[in-house]
Design a protein around this ligand. Structure first.
Ligand code: GRF
Length: 216
């Protein structure tokens, strides 16, 4: 039996460089995953232009049109259900999702976070790494669970921090790595090699350590 590609929705709020990396990667692997929609909470986000260029439907669900988080998440849920999405990929989606929404998608929703989790959850991670005088920094891809940036890590990529780094330079170094690791993780999931079991990431039947696959 030939398996059909996994249907993926990518959620964004801005530039969409991770989205671009994922679109490019699966251009060459259409049998593994199909990016069926790009959903943005921000009208005019550049990621929507990237979607259009890739001929992927772009959908705006503007958070400003909803009075509560529950209402917003309900609209998002309805859209994802209608589209028959198998995997939700958060790629710079700058909204906190409600617990109910996250539970509905548990084990089927990924996020990329610009730090070596569990360090520096939340915002301003590059500044935090500089302020702390860290010698290394990086990015983590993880399953999304109700704890903010707290789900099981699948892979991390480390970069050096140089003494005279600005946040912009450090962010760019981290983001280059993000574009390498995120498509790979989406591939693992869509190829059915990666699952979440009992709040752990499991790759090829092996439970991954706390810092994920690429830990050294
Ligand atoms: C990335 O740094 C990601 O780690 C964070 O938001 C940023 C999104 O960048 N969650 P882009 O929109 O993919 O270019």
């Amino acid at each position: 039996m030939i398996n059909s590609p996994t249907s993926v929705a990518v959620l964004i709020s801005g530039n969409g460089s991770n989205l671009q990396a994922i679109l490019d990667y699966f251009n060459d692997k259409p049998d593994v995953a199909k990016i069926i929609a790009v959903i943005s909470n921000v009208d005019g986000a550049y990621g929507l232009t990237r979607a259009q260029q890739a001929k992927v439907p772009g959908i705006v669900i503007d958070h400003k049109a909803f009075s509560t988080r529950q209402d917003y998440d309900q609209a998002l849920l309805e859209t994802l259900t209608e589209l028959q999405v198998d995997l939700v990929v958060l790629a710079g989606f700058m909204r906190i999702l409600s617990e109910d929404f996250v539970k509905t998608w548990e084990g089927k929703m990924l996020n990329i976070h610009p730090s070596l989790l569990p360090k520096y959850k939340g915002l301003h991670t590059h500044q935090k790494a500089l302020d702390a005088g860290d010698k290394e920094h990086g990015a983590s891809v993880h399953f999304v669970t109700p704890e903010l940036d707290g789900g099981p890590v699948i892979i991390q990529s480390k970069v050096p921090v140089f003494e005279d780094d600005t946040t912009t330079e450090l962010a760019e170094r981290v983001q280059q790595q993000e574009r390498n690791i995120y498509p790979l993780v989406v591939d693992w999931f869509c190829s059915k090699r990666l699952v979440m079991v009992n709040n752990k990431a499991v790759l090829d039947g092996n439970e991954l350590p706390e810092s994920g696959y690429a830990a050294d």
